[in-house]
Design a protein around this ligand. Structure first.
Ligand SMILES: C[S@@+](CC[C@H](N)C(=O)[O-])C[C@H]1O[C@@H](n2cnc3c(N)ncnc32)[C@H](O)[C@@H]1O
Length: 220
């Protein structure tokens, strides 16, 4: 246990009580994502790495049929955004849980229960030794493929063009996904079709940075 410099009181991480996904009821079981947010029959969407969380609020406002689960590795943002959702009376429709999305998605089910997965501006890791941190990974794509319903959407955006090219290559190499952009056979979209933007997306637009917007569809 660590102690503060001027006191013998233990130093506690201020966001340690960020919400975590519940444990499955038995080994080998998964947590039913429809029990986390609702109402029953809602269109379930997942946001990987929501950060400061603006997308969730805008998405809930633009699409009344949507319920959203955010998975955020930083305790601070998971806690702050989840608390804000509840403070605004939106905690029944959207939650943000702290955790590594790559592992967290594997604990969720049932298969084919999710309508869309968003990955906005992931992976600010440029050094080779940090590549193990990349959230856009084969493990993540396998779990997204399992959770998405037939025709479900994986939407990824970035303002780093070479990353966009790598994401396209990576996702279309996966047998479960096909490009689903503006033109047949291409993943690129001229604009974000979800009526909601992430904080980083707002910033990129304000800074005049071109954003690559990529949409893929879960094959039948
Ligand atoms: C560059 S920020 C973008 C934040 C937000 N999506 C946006 O567009 O404004 C990347 C976010 O992904 C989160 N993140 C990175 N790796 C993650 C992982 N393995 N699981 C969940 N979140 C992750 C970071 O903590 C950060 O909040």
């Amino acid at each position: 246990m660590r102690y503060g410099r001027d006191s013998m009181a233990p130093r506690v991480h201020p966001y340690l009580d960020a919400a975590r996904l519940p444990e499955p009821s038995a080994p080998g079981e998964r947590v039913d994502v429809r029990t986390l947010v609702g109402p029953p029959g809602a269109r379930i969407e997942i946001e990987v790495g929501p950060g400061r969380g603006g997308f969730a609020f805008e998405r809930l406002a633009s699409a009344p049929e949507v319920a959203l689960v955010g998975l955020e590795i930083r305790l601070k943002w998971a806690k702050i955004v989840d608390d804000r959702l509840r403070a605004q009376g939106l905690g029944g429709r959207a939650r943000v849980f702290a955790g590594d999305a790559r592992a967290a998605l594997a604990t969720l089910g049932p298969d084919a229960s999710v309508s869309a997965v968003f990955v906005h501006f992931p992976d600010p890791w440029w050094k080779k030794r940090h590549h193990k941190r990349l959230v856009m990974s084969p493990e993540l794509l396998d779990e997204v493929a399992r959770l998405l319903a037939r025709g479900g959407e994986l939407y990824v955006q970035t303002d780093v063009e070479e990353r966009a090219l790598a994401y396209v290559e990576q996702v279309i190499a996966h047998p479960a996904f096909e490009p689903h952009g503006d033109e047949p056979g291409d993943a690129h979209m001229a604009d974000n079709p979800y009526g909601a933007r992430s904080p980083r997306e707002h910033r990129s637009i304000a800074d005049g940075l071109p954003v690559s917007r990529l949409r893929f569809r879960r094959r039948a």
